[in-house]
Ligand binder design. Structure first.
Ligand SMILES: *Cc1c(COP(=O)(O)O)cnc(C)c1O
Ligand SMILES: [Zn+2]
Length: 399
């Protein structure tokens, strides 16, 4: 059984209490004291039941103890090996991003505590995921998004699943502040990654990845970093995997930020002496965040894994996206920050030759259609073979 515990002062709270922070103001995490054996998780890989097939609930004893779960199922995403790197594609989740892993747990918890309405602030993917799971659970969903700053695929999904969209005149950070205040006042259950149950679900990205690698830790796990929920979840997943004895070696985390949305990188540069806040701007809208809520947890994650934080430019992100797309995999811009980060860390000698590196591709290629458009590859022609030939001879097959 789980309880909530303050990451700073250690105060414990009942797991069924609706609260997101400690009385002292710090973040909460979900803790438990059972020691678990990984073999049961491997046995479930051949199961036919939805709960075992879920890449989240397969690990349920270490995620959330409950018999009524809201599951699609999610997870069970593929691990690709290309050009000497691994890519775990979390864009293959039911709504096209890793957010489903946390949302299945948060919405399950919402039902458990008797919530009738759920809310989040989002750069797009959280809202799409929340809308889908809330629809499944029969809850009212309200999402707070920065006006005009959400990729069209994400907004379309959110609307299709029936959520109420509040388009906030302000950036993501303003939407985040507003949803915290509004959900408190209006008694709506909040499912941003400040909600520690989201983090519990997102841990399974790492556990499933380790399972994919037969529990042999890679040297590096590389993740794009925005609100720092994933970085935090990854740190907790690795800590717990070590504590349970599932892995021997601690993989190193590399959190990659966009240069225009780099508060965590700035703090890292000062050995985390100060917490930074910036006005964020980047083409990678999923990580356009200037004041990440999970800062403290992410600092612990980087410290415990001997991790690093890097920043990359929008041009580097878009070049890396094209590389991933041309591997036949594809992803949304934020996800490509991983490969851009790998290039930079290799050039700096931080990631060394022969090291095993896994990039977490966080979102699907169709999430941000505008970022995919390559007009130079479109040729409007007359319906003649001559016209076809003239284009094909002139263009080196779309590269
Ligand atoms: C949410 C999101 C991120 C950022 O993850 P954080 O946990 O907020 O750091 C990165 N990429 C995609 C596609 C996302 O949806
Ligand atoms: Zn506290």
């Amino acid at each position: 059984m789980e309880w909530l515990q303050c990451i700073a002062c250690g105060t414990k709270y009942d797991a069924l209490q609706i609260r997101y922070t400690c009385e002292c103001g710090n973040l909460l995490s979900v803790e438990r004291d059972t020691r678990l054996d990984r073999d049961a998780f491997d046995d479930r890989l051949t199961s036919r039941s939805a709960i075992d097939r879920s890449g989240v609930w397969r690990f349920r004893e270490a995620v959330l103890h409950t018999d009524k779960v809201v599951t699609h199922p999610e997870g069970a995403t593929r691990l690709y090996e290309r050009n000497g790197l691994f890519f775990k594609h979390e864009g293959e989740n039911p709504t096209g991003s890793f957010k489903d892993r946390g949302m299945t747990v948060a919405v399950t918890q919402a039902v458990r505590v008797g919530a009738t309405a759920v809310a989040c602030a989002s750069t797009g993917n959280t809202s799409a995921s929340l809308a889908a799971y809330a629809a499944q659970a029969g809850l009212k969903a309200v999402v707070f998004v920065p006006a005009g700053k959400v990729a069209s695929g994400k907004l379309a999904q959110t609307l299709a699943y029936g959520a109420t969209v509040l388009s906030i005149r302000g950036d993501f950070d303003a939407a985040m502040r507003l949803v915290r205040e509004a959900s408190e006042r209006l008694g709506i259950y909040l499912v941003n990654s400040i909600n520690p149950f989201r983090i519990e679900g997102q841990k399974t990205i790492i556990w499933e990845l380790l399972q994919d690698l037969r529990w042999e830790s890679p040297d590096w796990i590389v993740v794009p970093a925005g609100n720092l929920g994933n970085t935090s979840a990854f740190g907790k997943a690795i800590r717990e995997a070590r504590a349970h004895g599932w892995i021997e070696k601690t993989p190193r985390l590399a959190s990659i930020q966009a240069e225009g949305a780099n508060p965590f990188f700035r703090s890292w540069n000062e050995a985390f002496a100060t917490r930074h806040r910036v006005a964020a701007e980047t083409v990678a809208s999923a990580i356009r965040i200037g004041d990440p809520v999970s800062y403290e947890k992410a600092v612990t994650a980087i410290r415990e894994t001997d991790g690093v934080v890097e920043q990359v430019t929008d041009a580097e992100i878009l070049a890396a996206k094209r590389e991933i797309d041309m591997m036949g995999i594809g992803c949304e811009p934020a996800s490509a920050a991983t490969l851009a980060g790998v290039h930079k860390l290799r050039a700096a000698g931080v990631i060394r030759e022969g090291e095993r590196v896994v990039c977490i591709l966080t979102g699907h290629i169709l999430k941000d259609p505008e970022a995919n458009y390559r007009p130079e590859n479109i040729h409007e022609i007359e319906a003649t073979v001559d016209a076809v030939e003239s284009v094909i001879v002139a263009s080196p097959l779309g590269r």
